[in-house]
Design a protein around this ligand. Sequence first.
Ligand code: WT7
Length: 654
Amino acid sequence: MSNIQSVLHETRVFTPSDEFVKQANVSGMSAYQALVDASQKDYEGYWAKLARETLQWKKPFTKVLDESNAPFYKWFEDGELNVSYNCLDTHLTTQPEKTAIIFEADDGSVTRINYRDLHARVCQFANGLKSRGIKKGDRVVIYLPMSIEAVVAMQACARIGAIHSVVFGGFSSKSLHERITDAQACAVITSDGQFRGGKAMPLKPAVDEALGMGGCEGVHSVIVYQRTNSEVTWGGNNIWWHDLVTGQGTTCEPEWVSAEHPLFILYTSGSTGKPKGVQHSTGGYLLGAMLSMKWVFDYKDSDVFWCTADVGWITGHSYVTYGPLAMGATEVIFEGVPTYPDAGRFWKMIQDHKVTTFYTAPTAIRSLIKLGGDLPRKYDLSSLRLLGSVGEPINPEAWMWYYTEVGQSRCPIVDTWWQTETGSHMIAPLPGAMPIKPGTCTLPLPGIQATIVNENGDEVFDQHGGFLVIKRPFPSQIRTIWGDPERYKKGYFPHEMRGYYLAGDSAHRDEDGYFWIMGRIDDVLNVSGHRLGTMEIESALVANPLVAEAAIVGKPHEIKGEAVVAFVVLKGARPADAAAAKKLAEDLRNWVGHEIGPIAKPDEIRFGENLPKTRSGKIMRRLLRAIAKGEEITQDVSTLENPAILEQLKEVVR
Ligand code: WT7
């Protein structure tokens, strides 16, 4: 593991103010420790108590954790509940008038919806879904821009027990097709288009294309929300959202489901070319979302909560659609982009909506520093009391800027480590308990037995670090990979790990036991906080008729964290001149954009007559990573058949 030794040594420590500690939901280190102790003393009893106190059950559970078919764990299985009931109905008598969502559109117009009306809209849409014959267990793909409707669609699925699978609007028709067919969806919910940065962009054409690719015969309904008023082609099974809900009642009895009923599938990248459908549960998942709202975001009724993530990612599921609403929060949802009309948009919105809790990604922070590092000072950010970061390690410089310029040295930053698979925060500060340091996600949440092990599964406590694992099953974890239980077992619970959940990250601990995440151990890149499988991009490139072989590696990037570098071998000769190379590189970038989505487009392409391989024919990825970084080559290259290709691969096409 010596190759992943960390060079960081951060000595700055920020202790929460007395004022913050006093009002915190978990106040002081001793309160944190008491929870940890309780979880260690009686693991199941601890989770059972939290599940009883936190969730509203239609039928109480009697069994807590079922490990009989490990690693297919079950939590609270004989209990019955409904997530949409927990998010909406529970607030109907206590705070029906409270604003649930403040929606700010791309053009700055604002729509507010209170809990009573949100409940009514979810029920109406749920009734609409039922009118199309959609029922418990059916899969529904949602391909929508950030909107109140996206939340309504997800909540409505949850209400009737249908399993949603949200596909990020930036994914291509091919990616959408892959997800629709893998999930065997019976319906797709989309919009005509979306507004971003002052422009209307089409969305529905991608759905039409995807459905035309074959294998989607099971899709009997395409529900279209009218957002941009752009022209759309209309298929026989298409129906406008507004027509679907017309005449539908504003109440809908929730479908009471087992705590283990799948709430959703969300696709994410892994080590192979095929994205995996991460399947989450109902009870355990919601418990994780709510506890982290309470503990990590120190949620208070007076908060205005804003998580900037798109609902197409897990962060948007847990901290836009489910967590905040289950807590009865007022939350902000934003349609547009952080740089339009200028790089002060986030700060203006914090000011206008008096946001108290702001949760975003390091890549956004870095780009906003670059585009307008002094802009936060132009706005009144005094409403803020807590900041959050997610998606990748936050570099100390960006952390310090976020802390001093946005949080005005007053707001703790919660750096939250978790994954699509974990459903909710795993390692993160409880801001009124632990001191924070720039660049570390600090300590595990109470009850989460995170640790670091070597390749034999032995725990390590030194600075060298190792593999990040979670030793005991926890309620919000992935239940399986949709349609591929073997991949779930092999990928997350490999034999050497003794039944621990293998996260796929490397990490080390400092002298305070704080966790420092160092990066992925598999063939997964983290580009702007998004997971991209190198194999996925390689397969996309090789699918191009001109490409014989391709290798993808990551290289550090100032804003995105990691950039995608493609090494490409063509079927024919290398491009004859710079102009031809440039043209082809552009075509290939667009090709990948079309195959997967714009986020996967290679930042750099290099053409070689071959790729460097070991004798056994394995691509020498470490060597390629060094070449991509422009480092001196220290690897043994004596086995290379044609050393001249190294020179070719150093040439970046511009
Ligand atoms: C991977 C999970 C969790 C929602 C967003 C991404 C990296 C995530 C952090 C953090 C360091 C982080 C890890 C992880 N990651 N948060 N605070 N510090 N690394 O979800 O797409 O499932 O990606 O993102 O590498 O494994 P995801």
